[in-house]
Design a protein around this ligand. Structure first.
Ligand SMILES: Nc1nc2c(c(=O)[nH]1)N[C@H]1C(S)=C(S)[C@@H](COP(=O)(O)O)O[C@H]1N2
Ligand SMILES: [Mo]
Length: 343
């Protein structure tokens, strides 16, 4: 038997109904519609719709799943493959992420890892059920990303930025929507036990103080000066996040991931960072006094990969503060690495 087509927590929208979610219309402009491929590519290019129409046209019948719990089966989307557009621009070897940007009042955006966007066969769609896309559903052109919540499918596409780091989109960076967005794993919001308004407020005010997030997904996020005092952030993923001057005093960060994060002048005083991974993070000016450091990684990675490569070592210098006694909690190679850097 084939697996249930309806992901957990979803309901089918009424027959023939397709709700409009989020922005309802693009930015007003009389300029002809274009789609630009920019960033880490050998050949940046701006396409008119007529030029895009010369690429191979594909039709895909897809199920869409909105994070607000409605799904719609068998929408026939027509357009061109992202892959066919990107390959004309030749992404450079450092390209890892794509940010899709809308010609909309708030320049709405959403992002995906490059490999995933291609692997899922992302479409730049111009038709749905054999009709031109209506404006409210993203016409004249939108992305459609099969297998993700529909918020990863951007209406009114006007730019595809090719990047080496993730830049979180509008919902993901401002409203706590999950950056991976897999409907089969119910990756709706970064914090399962907070409602969307609470999460949105925490992010816009950069104030997580005292809040509890389960396995917060905050990879690549920018939250300079975040106040996360006494927050419960076990298993949080802050890889590559920009968190200078963040306040994590007394927070529970056990097993959190901070690889490659910018943590300059952050405070972890009296925090629990047991099992956390700081490899590659910038820890200049950071304060770890009083923190519990059992099993922390500063050099090499917790996954054992790239153990000896210099990029995998945290940046630590005489401005990074520890109590001498804390080194007893660390594995020998970790303590030796810190001692070698702190002099
Ligand atoms: N430009 C833009 N694209 C967007 C949004 C938005 O607000 N602006 N909302 C997203 C969300 S949350 C969903 S569910 C789908 C909704 O698409 P629809 O209105 O065609 O159903 O578009 C996504 N793409
Ligand atoms: Mo959505």
């Amino acid at each position: 038997m084939s697996r249930n087509r309806l992901p957990p927590g979803q309901q089918l929208a009424a027959a023939g109904k397709w709700p409009v979610v989020g922005e309802r219309s693009p930015a007003e402009s009389t300029a002809p519609w274009t789609v630009t491929v920019s960033g880490l590519v050998d050949r940046p290019r701006t396409w008119t719709l007529a030029e895009l129409a010369t690429l191979p046209q594909v039709v895909r019948t897809l199920d869409i799943h909105c994070v607000t719990r409605w799904s719609k089966f068998d929408v026939r989307f027509g357009g061109v493959l992202l892959e066919d557009v990107l390959k004309q621009s030749v992404p450079s070897t450092s390209a890892r992420y794509l940010s899709f940007v809308a010609r909309s009042p708030r320049q709405h955006s959403t992002s995906l890892p490059l490999d995933e966007a291609l692997g899922l066969e992302t479409l730049l769609a111009t038709t749905a059920d054999d009709q031109l896309l209506t404006s409210e559903h993203g016409g004249p052109i939108r992305t459609v990303v099969p297998g993700k919540y529909f918020y990863k499918s951007l209406k009114w596409l006007t730019e595809i930025r090719v990047l080496d780091r993730d830049e979180l989109g509008f919902w993901e960076g401002k409203a706590g929507y999950h950056n991976e967005a897999d409907p089969w794993r119910e990756q709706r919001y970064v914090a399962a036990n907070l409602n969307r308004l609470q999460v949105a407020k925490a992010f816009t005010q950069r104030n997580f103080a005292g809040l509890e997030f389960q396995a917060l997904e905050a990879r690549g996020i920018t939250l300079e000066g975040l106040n996360a005092a006494a927050a419960v952030l076990r298993n949080a993923d802050f890889r590559q996040a920009r968190l200078p001057k963040a306040n994590f005093e007394r927070a529970n960060l056990s097993n959190a991931r901070f690889e490659q994060a910018d943590l300059r002048e952050a405070s972890f005083r009296d925090a629990d960072v047991e099992g956390a991974d700081f490899s590659g993070a910038d820890l200049r000016g950071c304060d770890f006094r009083g923190a519990s450091l059992l099993g922390v990684t500063f050099v090499g990675s917790r996954d054992g990969a790239a153990a000896a490569s210099p990029a995998a070592a945290a940046i630590v210098d005489s401005t990074t503060r520890f109590d001498a006694a804390q080194f007893d909690q660390l594995f020998d190679v970790q303590a030796a690495y810190l001692r070698s850097q702190l002099v």
